[in-house]
Every structure is written in C-alpha cells, then in structure tokens.
Design a protein around this ligand. Sequence first.
Ligand SMILES: *Cc1c(COP(=O)(O)O)cnc(C)c1O
Length: 401
Amino acid sequence: MSDIISLASRVTQIAPSPTLAVNAKAKALKAAGEDILNFSVGEPDFDTPLHICEAGKKAIDDGHTRYTAVPGIPELREAVANRFREDHGWEYSPEQIQVCCGGKHGLYNIFQAVIDPGDEVLIPAPYWVSYPPMVQLAGGTPVIVPLDEKDDFDLNPDILADYATDRTKAILVNSPSNPTGSLLSASALEAIGRMALEKGWLVITDDIYDTITYLDGDLPHILDVDSRLKDQTVVLNGVSKSFAMTGWRIGYSAGPDHIIKAMNKIQSQSTSNPSAPAQYAALAALTGPQDFPATMQEAFVPRRDFFVQDLRSIKGVSCVNPKGAFYVFPNFSSYYGKSFQGKTITDSVSLSDYFLDQAKVASVPGIAFGADDFIRFSFATSMEIIQEGMQRIRDALAQLS
Ligand SMILES: *Cc1c(COP(=O)(O)O)cnc(C)c1O
C-alpha cells in the first residue's frame, strides 16, 4: 500500500539522528535480556545535582507552571549573562540572551534565523551529527571542511580558503568537539576569526563541552581573537552536559541583538518558552555552586586514560587523546576488508554492527560524524564497563581475518 499523503522534500533529504537510533537499538536489546555494554550514549552518567532537582520541584510548588517570556525568564537570562561575564569576561545584556529547549534547539533557531536557500555553512568534520541536517532544514548547504587525525583534529588554517565561496554565510566551531574530544588551537581560531572578519561570516560557536576539558591552561576561544568578532558570533551553550541535565532540555544562546531578536521570533512561533520548571532548575545550576563540572571531569580522567591507552595497544588502531568532552574516537580502518564467518567488515557501520552482534558492545559508527574510518565510544560510563568492553572489543577484533 502506498502512502496517500506525500512528505515534504525537506524531510526526505535528511535522516533521523543516528546516535539516538543506536542508543535506542542498544536499549531495546538490553530490555530483551541481552548483556549489552552501551558506549553510544551522549550524556553524562551522573545524576542532576540535588540542589538543582530541588529547585525544579520548588518551582512547581511555587506555581511556576505557566507560560514564561518567550526567550526565558529574566532571572535566567541575567544569570547566563553573569556567567559569561564572570567565566569569560564577555559582556552581554539579558536581551542578547535566548533560553531555548536544549542546546540542539538553540542551534536550530540560529540556522532558521540566518540561513537562506543557497547559503553555505562551513562545518569542520568530524562534526556533530545534527549540524548538516539542521543547515539543510533551513534550506542551506553544509560545506564540509576535513580535519585530519594526524593534526589531532585541529583545523589546518591553510585549507580554510579552499572551502570558502561567495555563498559562505557562517562557520561552525565546536571545541571541545563531539565526537573527537579535540580542541581547536589558538592559531586555528585566529585564522577562522580573521577570515570571518574579512568576509563577514557569522561564527557559530557550540561551547556545550567547555566545562569538561583536560587542559592545564585556559581553553582558547574564538571571541578572544578579536573583540570585533562579538558582533558576528553566536555563542551556544546549555546545562545538558555541564550539569548532567540532558532531560531538562535547557540551552541558551548569546549574540548580536538583531539575531537574538530573530531567533525569538522563530521561537515565539514554534515552541514558545522552554519549560518553566526546567528554567528554574537551570537558574539554580548557573547561580549555585560551580564545582559540579570539575567533579565529573575528575571522574572522567582515569577512564579516558585507560580507554586511550588500551585502544592504542591494539594492533592497527590509532586514537587521538581527547582534550575535552567524554568521547574517544579511534581509527579502526586497518580492519576494513577483514572477515568473520563469511561476513566482511567494509566500513564503520558494519564494524559497529559487528561489535554489537559479536561483542555486545554498542558504539556509534564514525560515518554519522562524517568520518568513516572511526568509531565513537563514550566514556561517560563506569571504569568496570570500560575494562570489560575493551576486552570484548579486543576479542572481537582478534577473530577477524
Ligand atoms: C549534546 C550536544 C549539544 C546539545 O545538547 P542538548 O541536549 O540539546 O542541550 C550540542 N552540541 C553538541 C556537540 C552536543 O554534543
């Protein structure tokens, strides 16, 4: 039977989020009784801190159960502006802040507000899964700028000009990056900033992992390159990763007045305000004790160290040491072409499937991030599970010939 109602072409050109799909498959297998170790999850394995949960509950008891202002309650926009000032020295007025339904929604609003059909957006790859489809949903064209594992996935400034055209409207910066955990160096950011100033590009900087880094010094930021960049940059952040609040769905953006105003227009005609109780919980997160991200970061360090060292000890596997976030992104391409029981591993999808079937280990194929030589594993899970998972992966790889 054919469907009576045809779908919009904007839907048929995109696929559902592959990371959420793998996670759903792993959860279903687990629910069916399979002993699955799940490394596909893109969220901290910590509970939201108690004082934040209490603030959310109190908001309901206090009657904060109605519509709020579209860009978020004034106290929360003020708190975001204060955090930006205290943590980075950036001056934003509360009117230059939009609170939205998660960081992903903030990015969606940005693209809807600035992208016209035919506009190109430079996206360094490996990239976060949702950037290209969100650009496409806005009618724009994603232009992929390749990053090299040999450069620790830093941007080679010399190649940037090769991907710029007259239609380039914006460039995405995601440092620390999901999936690589890599950072953009100060010199790469300098090159991006200079070119953005020269060509009038919008810089969209997705800073969602900026509190989870493994650096001694400060994280370099595009806004440190030149103060003028603030007039053509939108900063995207949120509480999902930094305060283990993925399910609360609160993100925020800061940028030039006219862009935030346009994003508010989009939000007013789509979701209206983000959930009121969740906004009060986020307010408690941003105004309360700020030590929680560091607590998570400390827990992640030994897991990261073990994961990277163990992966590197497998013949034919390379793995960049992540400097932020909670993912490792090893290169398994030397195993492509090998087989087990008549089934040949040809790419990241077939290898990830093999890991799931043979090792009961759930991972995300690198092709989801535009990098087919790699597989993403999250280390937002216990050391015991990482050790057991690595043993299973090692055994599964050893069976390939
Ligand atoms: C998790 C994530 C986001 C935003 O997540 P939300 O749950 O929507 O707040 C944005 N960018 C990257 C790279 C992420 O990994």
